[in-house]
Design a binder for this molecule. Structure first.
Ligand SMILES: Nc1ncnc2c1ncn2[C@@H]1O[C@H](COP(=O)(O)OP(=O)(O)OP(=O)(O)O)[C@@H](O)[C@H]1O
Length: 461
């Protein structure tokens, strides 16, 4: 393992490119904006090798094959399946599959488990095997590429993380080779997923996050396009560790990790509190603050960033991913994608304020030593309940005040009770992936899959 790591490191160091990351934020921060969930370019392109390939895509594949000498000896490129901010992903047939040990191939393992001894040898000899080739843009910094490859290498034994099979470099171009994971486009099912199906989706997502978080890795970019879900197999895999990092990277003490008494003391003696006591409602923070602005990693995708990321917490933990998972569940329950659609971080904070109200946001900000103030009169002190928002978004509100009040059904109510635990503004009180998997809402998914196991047993008999 150490040898492979050293070789990856060497490859990253060898890259002679000095460009900065694609989108930098203000120089004081680390802000990597991943693809907008609304942008068509981020959309999964459906592929079947028999399908006609667009002329433009065929040209692109040809360019790629010509620029990356030798790639077509190992892989037959079939189609372009995804385009993101940092990479283009192609589906390809692995031409040298049988030369190697393919422990990464979970699907083949499953197939072999259930097939007869004779078919095991017969069919696998003919069956083509597919991979996803991620061509990382040359504008990505070598450090970033190395980071992604190294974290994927670390997670190689996790079935719910799309593993790294191998990686190649040719001049300034790096490609990562991953197993091709058959999945459906989120946009094709989020509008009509039943609550029982949401449970299975979330269970699979938390299983992946538990694995990642156990290794103390923050994914940082949890969103539907980075969780490839196969609803027929009720299994998904996490992809895209391009923004991921190890917990503790560049940490500096943040107020949120102080013992409550000490935090209260600091807040009570802050400039903000003193100005408040003096009754300076409009000048509760220094207008000409000479202190340097705070540095914090705010990488992620708009609409999925946790409040502590937006508030520049300097000790962010793996729990930021659980907020993003909450945004996915909110999307499924409201049938709105993307649910949040802010232009920048301030907008994002305001969108959250609309739901949770001014009081909660002020508390959330103080927790990280920040002051949250807004003069927008329409934001209420306590916001709106998630129940109400789901009813609004799904057209279950009546303009007639005398009409009987519409309510969520029992299953939706259970989902909302769980959602509150994910969309908790205080990271210390937010549910972890491990706890989520033991929550009654998710536990019901195990009851459903126990039923499925029975069915398999009967078929076997
Ligand atoms: N292993 C895989 N199997 C099938 N499809 C994949 C695989 N990996 C990636 N894809 C497809 O390619 C898309 C882009 O991949 P990825 O998220 O890794 O790239 P990215 O450039 O970092 O994207 P973004 O900027 O959207 O975060 C995915 O949303 C998915 O549709």
């Amino acid at each position: 393992m150490a040898k492979a790591r050293a070789s990856l490191q060497r490859q990253a160091e060898e890259l002679d490119i000095h460009n900065d990351d694609v989108k930098g934020g203000d120089p004081e921060d680390t802000l990597d904006e991943s693809a907008d969930p609304l942008e068509e370019s981020g959309r999964t392109i459906d592929t079947s090798e028999d399908e006609e390939v667009d002329d433009m895509v065929a040209e692109d594949i040809e360019r790629f094959e010509n620029s990356f000498v030798g790639i077509n000896k190992r892989y037959r490129l079939i189609n372009r399946i995804g385009e993101g901010t940092f990479s283009t992903v192609y589906k390809a047939e692995d031409l040298e599959y049988y030369k190697y040990n393919n422990r990464w191939d979970v699907e083949e393992r499953e197939r072999r488990k259930w097939s007869s001894p004779a078919s095991k040898t017969k069919r696998s000899a003919r069956k083509p095997h597919y991979v996803a080739i991620k061509k990382i843009y040359v504008t990505s910094s070598p450090i970033r590429i190395f980071n992604e490859l190294e974290l994927l290498f670390d997670l190689k034994n996790s079935d719910s993380v799309c593993p790294l099979i191998t990686a190649f470099r040719h001049q300034d171009q790096v490609v990562a080779v991953l197993p091709y994971f058959q999945h459906q486009d989120f946009r094709d099912y989020y509008k009509d997923m039943k609550v029982s199906e949401m449970r299975l989706y979330m269970k699979s997502l938390f299983t992946a996050l538990r694995e990642v978080h156990k290794k103390k890795i923050l994914h940082r970019d949890v969103k539907p396009t980075n969780f490839l879900y196969n609803k027929w197999q009720t299994r998904g895999v996490l992809v895209d560790f391009g923004l991921a990092e190890r917990e503790g990277t560049e940490w500096h003490q943040c107020n949120c990790t102080l013992p409550p008494d000490e935090r209260r003391y600091r807040i009570a003696h802050s400039v903000y509190a003193q100005n408040q006591q003096a009754g300076h409602q409009t000048t509760s923070y220094p207008k000409n603050d000479s202190r340097g602005s705070r540095r914090a990693n705010r990488a992620g995708t708009r609409g999925f960033r946790a409040p502590e990321v937006l508030l520049k917490c300097t000790q962010q933990t793996t729990i930021i991913d659980m907020w993003s998972a909450g945004v996915i569940l909110l999307t499924l329950l409201t049938r709105r994608f993307p649910f949040f659609h802010s232009a920048d971080d301030i907008d994002a904070l305001l969108e959250i304020t609309t739901i949770f109200g001014r009081k909660k946001m002020k508390e959330a900000a103080l927790l990280h030593g920040q002051v949250f103030e807004t003069n927008i009169p329409s934001y209420s002190e306590h916001g709106h309940s998630l129940e109400k928002i789901i009813l609004w978004c799904t057209g279950r509100t009546d303009s007639d005040k005398n009409a009987p009040k519409k309510e969520l059904d029992e299953e939706e109510k259970e989902a909302v009770a769980f959602l509150h635990k994910l969309l908790e503004c205080d990271p210390a009180r937010r549910i972890t992936a491990d706890e989520a998997l033991r929550h009654p809402f998710i536990m019901k998914a195990y009851e459903d899959s126990e039923g499925d196991d029975d069915m398999v047993d009967l078929n076997e008999v």
